[in-house]
Every structure is written in C-alpha cells, then in structure tokens.
Design a protein around this ligand. Structure first.
Ligand SMILES: Cc1ncc(COP(=O)(O)O)c(CN[C@@H](CN)CCC(=O)O)c1O
Length: 428
C-alpha cells in the first residue's frame, strides 16, 4: 500500500507539532506505525494523502454517526457560514440544540454548551463541588474524561495507550482530591464513600459504558447500586456520556439502564463533527452556573453558530424513525459475525456492543475491569490492526478504544469487514 505522501507529511508535521499530531492517539504510536494523513471523507470511507480509501470504524472517535460529509450537515454548516462564523452573542440555534438534546434526556432540565468533552466534564465537576460544598471526587481507573488536571489520574484512552495514565505536569496537590475506584467493583466505592471519606465526596463521575479502556459495559445492577449510594450519601452522580450519548441509544446509557444521573456531560455526536461539548442536569443544580449562580465557566466560541448548525442537522437526521434500529442491526451483524469467526478460527476473543458502539479484546474470558483490559494481548491487537489496515479497514489505533458504526455502513461494508477479519484471524 502506497504511503509515501502520508509519511512525507508526517515528517513535516513533526517539525512544528509535538509528535506531528494535535491529539496523541492519532499518532499510531502504540500500534508501531506512522499515521495516515487524511484528505477527505465521505459516508463510511476516509481517504488518505496517497489516494487509499478505508472503511472507517473510528468516525472521528464518535461524532460521525451519520457517516462523513452527510449532505444535510454540510448544507447546514454552509448556510450558517454565509451568515458569519461567530458573533460572541446568543443565538436561537443554541436554544434549539439545547432543547433537542434535552428532549432525549429527561434528567437534563438545563444545559450549557462548551467546546469539548474536556470542558464539559471539568465544568460539571466544578458545579458538583459548588453544589455540595465538598472537594473530593471519585473517578474510575481506565475511564477517560478529557485532560483536566485532576481527571488525568489513571486515565484511559490515549493516556493508557501511551503508558502515561497519570500525566506529568500535574502537581500532587491538584489531584489529591481525586479518589480512584475500580469500575464494576462496588466494594471499593463503599469503602471510600462510607469508611474513608464519609460526607466528603462531591461527585462520582464515570463512563456508564467504558469506551476508553476498550469497550467494557457495566455489570448487572452496577449503575443502579451507584445511583442508590449517591442518593444515600448526597453525592452528585455524573454520567460522562460524551461518547455514549446518542450512541448506545438515543437517550444514551441512562435510557439503556433506566438509571438517572444528576448531571450528564455530552460531546462528539451533538456537534456532528464540529467542536461542541455540553453539561447539564436538574435546574436546581445548573442554577449554580454563572451568570445565574456563582460557578464561573465561559468560552469565546461556546454555542458557535456553525457548530450548533452541525449538531442540530445531525440530531434531526438521527431522530428520524428507524435510525437507531438500523444502527443496532448493522452493529449486531458485525459483532455476531466477528464472534462466529473467532470460534471458527479458534481465536480467543470477547466481542460486545450496545447500539452502534462496539469493541473486542483478544482474551479468552470476559473483560469487566481496567486491570483485565490491561492484561489483554495488546501485541496481538497491534499485529491485527496493521493487517486490517492492509485490508483497507480503519480501526482505532489502540486496544484501549471503542469502535463505531455509522448509518453509512452498508451490509456490503460489514461483509467486507468480516471477510477481512476471517482472512487475518485464520493465519494469526
Ligand atoms: C468519555 C469521554 N469523555 C470526555 C472526552 C474528552 O472529550 P474531548 O475533550 O476530546 O472532546 C472523551 C474523548 N474521547 C477520546 C477518544 N477515546 C477522544 C479522542 C482523542 O483524545 O483524540 C471521552 O471519550
């Protein structure tokens, strides 16, 4: 496969951008390859600088659920751009997107738009601390909530991929209020909230489906028990649905499990590929946010008109009848097919999905924790990733990410993917 143009661009990029990329996971470091430089994308396919086309299961790490360059989204952004790119003043589009998101999340009565998932989670934690008057927060090892200092503690995604889950440059005093629990292990939470720090925890923030240590669903009743504990202890429960929101279901993980968080963070899909994050919750909690309340949070480009247009156009398409059934059907066909091939080729693999979010591990037993995920055969994943790329299938370049199916993925695309899986696993 010709890659000389991507390689040339990568060499050049590294002279002016750290690692040649503007986000670490894109560097392909963990899979031991050089990244592809992308020139365009359409539907389920991305195209690199050497003219190769790949069937894309990264979807810009989640936002591109309609497929790339959906005409309705492109047209909405084009129209918005013609009216000016940014006003730094309120617009009706912000009300419309706020109401559109709220319509699918009954737990959210008020919402604030920001520019990224990181801004959403750091703001939600600040509000939870102000609302409860408490300083300590609980996060789970392997969960990733963006790069706010005090959340870069045993973080997943690129932090785990690059082996720096506790980032340099974060003073101990910045993260001393961040307490760690193990996902799917309720005992560690009881111990911290009731024995070690009773009455001191402001919030528990989690990915309701972990998507940054591979795809790891919550075990039976884990979320329900978490909800009950937070009710008993006066702790704010924050569902970080930046990845799962509008992905695992229209109403996110809180719809799938009928567990209602106090606050929810969003990103990715609600921007349709443009920079948008959001955090929201009950009116009583969100009334803490300036200018209404005393919690300051701001942003020059928050609620940007083009970003609102892209988000609105994306949700309008997603909300059409049958869209989520189609996403679940396509993804189910993919994961069922992978499972069958793993059995046929005698490959120890676990495969799982919810809605159009999926993942697999090269492991003979189910994965429920960060520790188990770390113990998986990542060397085998890296070899597999490289061979899938040769078959023109573009997976996330890390064993510690999830995969995403879009409405643009066809039955033929799934069949092509499954034959690539079989061709490779037969000989790996
Ligand atoms: C659950 C969850 N919460 C927050 C974030 C941070 O969102 P951003 O700041 O990257 O928009 C993310 C970001 N996800 C990663 C992919 N695993 C973004 C890709 C990247 O870092 O380049 C997330 O998955």
């Amino acid at each position: 496969m010709k890659r000389s143009e991507s390689d040339r661009l990568f060499e050049h990029a590294q002279t002016v951008i750290p690692g040649g990329v503007n986000s670490p996971v894109r560097a392909f470091r963990s899979v031991g390859l050089k990244p592809l430089f992308i020139t365009k994308a359409q539907g389920a396919y991305i195209h690199d600088a050497d003219g190769n086309a790949y069937l894309d299961y990264v979807g810009s790490w989640g936002p591109m659920i309609l497929g790339h360059a959906h005409p309705a989204v492109v047209e909405a952004v084009r129209q918005a751009a013609g009216k000016g790119l940014s006003y730094g003043a309120p617009t009706e589009a912000e009300i419309l997107l706020a109401e559109k998101v709220i319509s699918a999340y009954p737990s959210v009565e008020m919402i604030r738009m920001v520019n990224s998932g990181t801004e959403a989670t750091m703001s939600a934690v600040r509000v939870a601390r102000a609302y409860t008057g408490r300083d300590k927060i609980i996060k789970f090892t392997g969960h990733y909530h963006g790069h706010a200092d005090y959340l870069l503690v045993k973080a997943g995604s690129g932090a785990t991929t690059l082996g720096i889950p506790n980032s340099a440059g974060v003073p101990q005093s910045f993260s001393e209020h961040t307490l760690l629990c193990e996902f799917n292990d309720f005992d560690t939470i009881i111990q911290i909230t009731q024995e070690e720090y009773p009455g001191e925890i402001a919030c528990i923030i989690l990915e309701p489906f972990a998507g940054n240590m591979g795809f790891v669903p919550p075990v039976q009743d884990f979320l329900k028990k978490l909800r009950a504990l937070c009710d008993r202890e006066g702790i704010i429960l924050i569902f970080d649905e930046v990845m799962t929101g509008f992905r695992v279901a229209k109403g996110g993980a809180q719809e799938v499990f009928s567990v209602i968080p106090d606050m929810t963070t969003f990103g990715k899909i609600i921007g349709g590929g443009m920079p948008v994050g959001a955090y929201g919750g009950k009116k009583e909690i969100m009334s803490m946010v300036a200018p209404l309340g005393s919690v300051y949070q701001a942003g020059t480009l928050s609620g940007n008109p083009l970003a609102m247009a892209a988000g609105l156009a994306t949700l309008n398409e997603l909300f059409k009848p049958g869209m989520y059934d189609e996403l679940a059907r396509t993804t189910g066909r993919l994961t069922e097919g992978i499972r069958t091939i793993a059995q046929k080729t005698g490959t120890p693999m676990t495969v799982d999905h919810c809605g159009s979010m999926f993942g697999f591990f090269f492991s003979g037993s189910p994965i429920h924790s960060y520790e188990q995920a770390l113990a998986c055969d990542t060397a085998r994943f890296n070899r597999f990733f490289a061979k899938m790329l040769e078959e023109e299938i573009y997976l996330a370049p890390s064993a510690f990410e999830a995969g995403f199916v879009s409405l643009a993925h066809t039955t033929e695309d799934i069949d092509k993917t499954l034959s690539a899986f079989e061709n490779i696993l037969r000989f790996m």
